[in-house]
Write a protein that binds this ligand. Structure first.
Ligand SMILES: Cc1cc2nc3c(=O)[nH]c(=O)nc-3n(C[C@H](O)[C@H](O)[C@H](O)COP(=O)(O)OP(=O)(O)OC[C@H]3O[C@@H](n4cnc5c(N)ncnc54)[C@H](O)[C@@H]3O)c2cc1C
Ligand code: FES
Length: 282
């Protein structure tokens, strides 16, 4: 239950006590932990490694975006899709049980602290890609209106049963647009279908920015849409990871250097947020 003393002061590892663990949509859960030291360190877009204590299978931790981190209450939250061993086992944990956690890790988003913040900002989420945006929206909505980019949160899912956390975002007061592939709620279609409503044709591309997190085909489509218009686009990747700390190279992605050649970047330490124009999508 310590800071990683002597290694990194911006990181903590220890055990968090679960205060709630509930299903919030089809195959989607939210876990809340009491972990005050961690909550005090997390910034928007960073991630946490969660591991089941006393569990040999899986033995490794799993990365999850920090959904919320409240330094006053010590609450840390993650939203998770149930896809395999760790996430299935996590659904069986009740309040009072513990999870090991370490982090916060990764670069996170940078919007509020930029010298020239965008005037028009779209945050585009698909499925559990909602998770890294909640802290960011909290941070943006706390800015004085004069300094806050005009922001729309776009959430896309296959159907209504997959909708997660949309009301949490609405409660923060941000403009929200929902789009589903089957039209069961919100607009029918894909997230890229609603982006033209957000960015007016007269907008200077320099004033536009898109941040996206979700399934790779969605990220690719959003990156392409942005590039065609000369808009800046940053994507948060969910590459499978083993160590989460830059040691194993299991999370590398192809990354374009300034001279146009290709290099590798590790998603865990160089990302998970990358300039979409620098990534190889095909
Ligand atoms: C920076 C980062 C942030 C993430 N944030 C979230 C989040 O907020 N919520 C969330 O639900 N998930 C998130 N993920 C993905 C999450 O880490 C995996 O879903 C999780 O590790 C699965 O663990 P498991 O043991 O249940 O599944 P496993 O048993 O390990 O795998 C089950 C199946 O899912 C596939 N799989 C596992 N991990 C991934 C992955 N990262 N991408 C694609 N396929 C995968 C496996 O190949 C296998 O087919 C994030 C990943 C990264 C790198
Ligand atoms: S997960 Fe090990 S280097 Fe990124």
């Amino acid at each position: 239950m310590t800071h990683c003393d002597g290694v990194r002061k911006d990181m903590w590892s220890g055990e968090g006590v679960i205060t709630a663990n509930e299903q919030i949509a089809d195959a989607t859960w939210k876990v809340s932990l009491d972990a005050p030291e961690f909550a005090a360190l997390a910034r928007p877009g960073q991630f946490v490694m969660l591991r089941l204590p006393d569990c040999a299978d899986p033995i490794l931790g799993r990365p999850f975006a920090v959904f919320d981190a409240d330094s006053s209450s010590g609450r840390v939250e993650a939203v998770y899709a149930v896809v395999g061993k760790a996430t299935t086992r996590m659904t069986r944990l009740s309040a009072g049980a513990k999870l090991e956690l370490w982090g916060p890790l990764g670069n996170g988003w940078s919007v509020a602290e930029r010298a020239n913040p965008p005037k028009r900002l779209a945050l585009v989420a698909g499925g559990v890609g909602s998770a890294p945006f909640y802290l960011l929206v909290k941070e943006l909505m706390a800015l004085p209106e004069s300094k806050r980019p005009e922001t729309t949160y776009v959430f896309g899912a296959r159907s209504e049963s997959r909708l997660n956390c949309v009301d949490d975002f609405r409660r923060l007061g941000v403009d929200v647009k929902v789009v589903t592939e089957d039209g069961s709620v919100g607009a029918r279609g894909l997230v890229t279908d609603v982006l033209p409503e957000i960015f007016s044709k007269s907008l200077d591309p320099q004033d536009a920015q898109i941040l996206a997190c979700g399934p790779t085909p969605m990220l690719h489509a959003v990156a392409k849409w942005s590039a065609e218009r000369g808009y800046e686009c940053w994507t948060s990747l969910e590459s499978p990871m083993a160590c989460g700390m830059g040691i194993c190279f299991s999370c590398v992605v192809d990354w374009k250097t300034d001279d146009g050649t290709w290099d590798y970047k590790r998603t865990c330490v160089d990302g998970p947020v990358f300039d979409a124009a620098r990534l190889k999508w095909d």
